[in-house]
Design a protein around this ligand. Structure first.
Ligand SMILES: C[S@@+](CC[C@H](N)C(=O)[O-])C[C@H]1O[C@@H](n2cnc3c(N)ncnc32)[C@H](O)[C@@H]1O
Length: 477
């Protein structure tokens, strides 16, 4: 740890004592130090946090980057005002997150200003005049604020001597171009600015124009902390150029990675859970057709898979779902249906837009048996799914294979027949010797719904959304 940061951490520990907040700050300190180490001289770091920790993290970042490299504290309005007061809350609704922006070197950092459209009220006030051809303009003060002390030149324009913000030569050119107007004889000349020349208003450090991911948002994946893509796009676009590398060391469902890919940056995403990794793999493959990327740290053979299954059942299930490109379902909570570890949807019928379902059941244990296949058959009936994938680490027994074969076929109206129950061995999936079989249709084959490419997340469903409606309905009947 560098000495400034060590001082900061020591002081925080003295003040806070040993508790969860302190543990979090120490964990972050080490990681921020490493991020600072790998950052390019023109790079920036953005840290998104909520106001419970942002003030401590800002001091930690001062220790890591040096306070002179602080760039902005961005307030992102992440939700609408809530009516907490109706439940007796004695505070204002907490509706923002904080995004701290530091540069490795504030003078060398890449930065591109973003602009928003001018709002109507501003346009009305600032551009009140029209040329005969209808071109709209406003008149602006040209005096040099701070006078001589700020290096502004003093000279005469249209009979008025002042400190001006422009050099004499530039002023003369502006006069020739008709951009200097004396509103009335003897008044101070003003600069004519046209509305259609305006870049808009520079995005400041309070962001209220990016909506959170709500339950209806098309890009919603169901990952609890998912951020809107446009938020990450704004950040990536501001502080990098095409071809630069974006690193998100806590990448969750991969919003920063998605934004980086979309904006032609290279990227590295790190997350501790296989749930996040498998979700990102699917997200990217859906959004960017033909994309190629490497995944490190996931099992690469039978032994690796066995090891993961023994260490962590849920991580194993989440990873195994990624082998068949399924969305993991259920987390560690008991799901609405215990037989469902993953879920996929497809569409192969131009008559209706309701997606059809594939249920995935993952088994990491040695004792696989025919009852498990029977359970999967029962689950797909209950769930009104078309196909069931039985993904197993250990080889199936002969009765299991026979039971699966007896379940018959799903006959697709558009693309042939597919075994209703498919037993897939993990080793064969890893080696590319087997794969899930289900209707794959090109966008062109479907007339009712276009498979968007970059916006592939449009057709993704909630991570944890098992359509329980069907089973509920069945119970009633
Ligand atoms: C707040 S979420 C990130 C959300 C992300 N920005 C998005 O839009 O989806 C934090 C992520 O950090 C991951 N995480 C927690 N501890 C970690 C660690 N030590 N190393 C890597 N990832 C970690 C969690 O699994 C979680 O996905």
């Amino acid at each position: 740890m560098n000495t400034e940061l060590a001082e900061v951490v020591r002081s925080l520990r003295q003040f806070l004592g040993e508790n969860d907040m302190m543990a979090y700050l120490v964990m972050m300190s080490n990681r921020l130090l490493e991020m600072h180490r790998v950052l390019k001289p023109n790079g920036s770091l953005y840290l998104h946090c909520d106001p419970t920790a942002s003030h401590y993290l800002k001091v930690v970042l001062d220790g890591v980057f040096g306070h002179e490299n602080f760039v902005n504290e961005i307030v992102w309005k992440r939700t609408s005002s809530k009516s907490d007061h109706t439940q007796g809350a004695k505070h204002r609704p907490r509706i923002h997150d904080t995004i701290l922006h530091f540069a490795k070197d504030v003078h060398a950092a890449t930065f591109h200003t973003a602009f928003l459209e001018l709002d109507e009220e501003y346009v009305r006030k600032k551009f009140p005049h029209n040329e005969p051809d209808g071109r709209r303009y406003g008149l602006w003060d040209m005096s040099g604020p701070g006078g001589a002390a700020k290096g502004n030149p003093s000279y005469e324009v249209m009979g008025i001597t002042r400190f001006w913000r422009y050099s004499k030569a530039r002023m003369e050119q502006m006069i020739l171009d008709g951009l200097v107007v004396q509103p009335s004889p003897g008044s101070v000349p003003r600069e004519k600015r046209y509305l259609d020349d305006s870049e808009g208003v520079a995005v400041g450090d309070v962001w209220t124009d990016i909506s959170p991911i709500n339950s209806q948002a098309a890009e919603r994946l169901g990952y609890p902390t998912q951020k809107p893509l446009s938020l990450l796009e704004r950040i990536v676009a501001a502080s990098s150029n095409e071809g630069d590398v974006v690193l998100d060391p806590f990448c969750g469902c991969g919003t920063a990675v998605h934004a980086a890919q979309k904006l032609n940056r290279r990227w590295v995403g790190i997350d501790i859970t296989h749930l996040a990794i498998s979700l990102i793999e699917k997200r990217l493959k859906d959004a960017f057709k033909g994309i190629e990327f490497e995944v490190h740290g996931t099992p690469k053979d039978f032994e690796g898979a066995k090891n993961l299954a023994e260490r962590d059942k849920y991580q194993f299930q989440w990873w195994a779902c990624s082998l068949v490109n399924a969305q993991p379902y259920g987390g560690k909570k008991k799901g609405a249906d215990g037989g469902v570890d993953g879920i996929m949807f497809f569409q192969d019928d131009i008559r209706g837009s309701t997606p059809k379902k594939i249920i995935v059941s993952v088994k990491g244990g040695e004792n696989v048996g025919v009852t498990m296949v029977k359970d999967l058959i029962a689950t797909i009936i209950r769930q009104k799914a078309e196909i069931g994938l039985f993904v197993t680490l250990n080889p199936p027994t002969k009765p299991m294979i026979a039971e699966a074969a007896a379940a018959g076929f799903y006959n697709s109206p558009a693309s042939g027949s597919f075994p209703k129950i498919q037993i897939l061995e993990i080793e064969k999936l890893i080696e590319g010797h087997d794969e899930a079989r289900y209707p794959h249709l090109d966008a062109g084959s479907l007339t009712f719904k276009k498979a968007a490419i970059e916006h592939g997340e449009d057709k993704q469903v909630d991570l944890f959304a098992v359509p329980v409606k069907a089973s509920a309905k069945k119970k009633k009947n």
